[in-house]
Design a protein around this ligand. Structure first.
Ligand SMILES: [Zn+2]
Length: 185
């Protein structure tokens, strides 16, 4: 059997970081359904059956709050300090796994391959964000500056830091700033 075409990219640092930001965002919603969280996991390469309970989602929500602090860091030093704190308190030792040959070898910081979802989410996210800090020497991401959004996003490319999670948020805020300016004139 041929390995799938995304065999090596699916467990890359970039893919893991994208999954982290997508999970933080879906888990920050008011009352996320396990089905909605499972959809995000599937979209980022997790295989069925996912077996995600309401309790798993509650535990993952607590993790999302912790990870959000990394995205909210003002600068790279603060991001590193926040990550160090999480690594010290909440993750296991670095190990490699291939999930019994079903994936390429990749590093894990959770206790074992069958760790609970929340433990896996925190450990895999800390690992990816740590590598991004190491590689980029800048905050690994940010929180959308739109007061009605609050989504987290990843730092991309070089150039000035982004303020908004998406073009949609940037446009909406530009329009409302324009309206405010016109009203005060
Ligand atoms: Zn936004």
């Amino acid at each position: 059997m041929q390995p799938p075409s995304d065999w090596s990219s699916r467990h890359s640092v970039a893919a893991t970081a994208r999954r982290t930001s997508a999970l933080v965002n879906v888990l920050s919603e008011e009352d996320p359904e396990p089905g909605a969280v499972a959809d995000v996991l599937r979209a980022h390469g997790e295989d069925d059956p996912l077996d995600l309970s309401a309790r798993d989602v509650q535990e993952m929500r607590a993790v999302a709050v912790l990870l959000r602090e990394v995205f909210a860091a003002e600068d790279v030093d603060q991001a590193a300090t926040t990550l160090n704190d999480l690594l010290q308190r909440s993750t296991g030792r670095l190990r490699l796994t291939s999930h019994a040959g079903r994936t390429p070898w990749h590093p894990h910081l959770d206790g074992h391959d069958d760790a609970p979802w929340a433990e896996w989410f925190l450990a895999s996210s800390c690992l990816a964000l740590t590598v991004l800090v190491w590689d980029g020497q800048r905050p690994p991401g940010g929180v959308c500056a739109s007061p009605t959004c609050g989504n987290v996003f990843l730092t991309q490319g070089s150039g000035p830091p982004r303020r908004y999670c998406s073009r949609r948020c940037a446009t909406r805020e530009r329009v409302s700033a324009h309206r405010r300016a016109r009203r005060t004139r």
